[in-house]
Design a protein around this ligand. Structure first.
Ligand code: BGC
Length: 372
C-alpha cells in the first residue's frame, strides 16, 4: 500500500472510532424514602449528552448543540429526585409499563380469565397502573456505549399475570440514541413498553411552532375517555394529516371532534410500515427556532403523538423543571412508539400478548440533527 493511502486509511479509522466512542459515567442522584439509592448515568458522545436515572429507567436530559453551536437540553425533566417523586402525573422521560397507554375500564381477559388493574385515569388504567414501571427503581449495569436497566415485575404486579423480566438498553452512537426493549414471562401476559420523553427542541417556550411529520395514513379515533373506538380512520383531509410537515399549532384548535376529545393531539397513529425487525421511519420533528431536529425510527406498529395538553405547571407541586422552567400546557410533545392503546380489549388490533418461551423485542432510535 502506498503511504498516502495508508495515512488516509488511518484517518478514516480514527474518525470512525471517535464517532462511535461514547463515555459512560455513574453518580448518585438521590435516595428513595426506603433508603434505596437512585443512580444517574451520563452517556456522552462527540455530539450528544444523555442523562438517565434508575428511578423509572428514565431520561432526565438530552443535550445537543443548536444551529449556532450552543448546547441545550431538549427534554422536560427535573434536577432532583424529590421532584420526580412529587410528580405522579407526567411520566417525564420514564419507561411506562407493563402496559403503556390505556386499558379500558381497568380490565381485560386473557385465556378466558378476567384481570383487574388499578384504575388511575377516569376509570381506565393508564401506563400500567398507580405503581407502574415509571415508579420503580430499576437495577442498572454499564454496557458498551450505554446502560442496561432491568426490572423484575412479579406475578400479579398491578393485576397483570406472570412474572415479567424486562430489560431496557439505552446506547448512544454519535447522534443516535437507541432504546432496545426485551422481556420474558413465566405465564401468558400482555406488554406494551415505551419511553415517555417530552421533547422541546428549543428548550423553552411551547412546541406549537415545531414542525411534525408522521409516517401514518391512519390513526385510531378515541371516545371521551381517550379509549380507541376500534376504528382505523384515514388522516386525509383532517388535522391529523402529518404525512407532509405541518407545525403542531397550525390546526390544533381546528373544529374537530377528535381534537376536542383529546384537548389537542393525544392519539395513536398507525405507522405505514407495520412491525418489522429493523427500525423504520415513524416521525420527524424540526424546530425552526433552534435548528434542532429529531427523527424517530421504530420496530413498533404505531406511535402516540401527545401534544402536552394536560401539562399545567403544577405537576411537581412547588418544584420547577430544568433551567427553572414551569412546564405549562404544550411546552413539550411526546412521540411514544407503541402497540395500539387498549389492544387487550381489541382482538382486531396487533396482539400485545407475550407467552412463556417468547421474547418481547422492540427497538426505537432517536436520531438528533441540525438543519441549517
Ligand atoms: C397520554 C396522555 C396522558 C399522558 C400522561 C400520554 O401518553 O396519551 O393522555 O395525559 O401520557 O402524562
Amino acid at each position: 500500500m502506498r503511504p498516502a493511502k495508508l495515512v488516509l486509511l488511518s484517518i478514516l479509522t480514527m474518525t470512525g472510532t471517535a464517532m462511535s466512542q461514547t463515555s459512560v459515567t455513574k453518580a448518585p442522584f438521590g435516595k428513595l424514602p426506603n433508603g434505596e439509592v437512585v443512580d444517574q448515568y451520563t452517556l456522552k458522545s462527540a455530539h450528544i449528552e444523555v442523562k438517565l436515572i434508575t428511578f423509572g429507567a428514565r431520561i432526565t436530559a438530552i443535550s445537543a448543540p443548536d444551529r449556532a453551536g450552543h448546547p441545550g437540553n431538549m427534554v422536560l425533566g427535573y434536577d432532583s429526585l424529590a421532584a420526580y417523586l412529587a410528580d405522579t402525573k407526567t411520566y417525564f422521560g420514564s419507561i411506562v409499563g407493563r402496559y403503556g397507554n390505556r386499558i379500558a375500564k381497568a380490565t381485560f381477559s386473557l385465556d378466558g380469565k378476567a384481570f383487574h388493574l388499578p384504575p388511575n385515569n377516569n376509570g381506565n388504567t393508564l401506563h400500567g397502573g398507580t405503581e407502574g414501571f415509571d415508579r420503580r427503581n430499576w437495577t442498572a449495569r454499564e454496557i458498551p456505549n450505554g446502560v442496561e436497566f432491568t426490572l423484575i415485575s412479579p406475578d400479579g404486579d398491578q393485576g397483570f399475570p406472570g412474572k415479567l423480566t424486562a430489560h431496557v438498553r439505552y446506547t448512544l452512537a454519535g447522534t443516535a440514541l437507541s432504546i432496545h426493549y426485551t422481556a420474558t414471562t413465566d405465564k401468558d401476559t400482555v406488554i406494551n413498553l415505551t419511553n415517555h420523553a417530552y421533547f422541546n427542541l428549543s428548550g423553552s417556550g411551547d412546541i406549537l411552532s415545531h414542525q411534525l411529520t408522521l409516517n401514518a395514513d391512519r390513526y385510531t379515533p378515541v371516545d371521551s375517555g381517550l379509549i380507541p373506538t376500534g376504528k382505523l380512520a384515514p388522516v386525509a383531509n383532517t388535522p391529523f394529516d402529518f404525512r407532509a410537515p405541518h407545525t403542531i399549532g397550525e390546526r390544533i384548535n381546528a373544529k374537530d371532534e377528535q381534537l376536542t376529545l383529546g384537548l389537542g393531539y393525544d392519539h395513536n397513529f398507525v405507522l405505514n410500515v407495520a412491525s418489522s425487525s429493523q427500525p423504520h421511519l415513524a416521525a420527524k420533528v424540526a424546530d425552526p427556532k433552534s435548528g434542532r431536529t429529531l427523527t424517530v425510527l421504530t420496530t413498533e406498529p404505531a406511535i402516540q403523538f401527545y401534544s402536552g395538553n394536560f401539562l399545567d405547571g403544577t405537576a411537581a407541586g412547588s418544584f420547577h423543571g430544568h433551567d427553572n422552567m414551569l412546564y405549562a400546557k404544550r411546552t413539550g410533545l411526546c412521540l411514544e412508539t407503541q402497540h395500539y392503546p387498549d389492544s387487550p380489549n381489541h382482538p382486531a388490533f396487533p396482539s400485545t400478548e407475550l407467552k412463556p418461551g417468547q421474547t418481547y423485542n422492540t427497538t426505537t432510535v432517536l436520531e438528533f440533527g441540525i438543519s441549517k
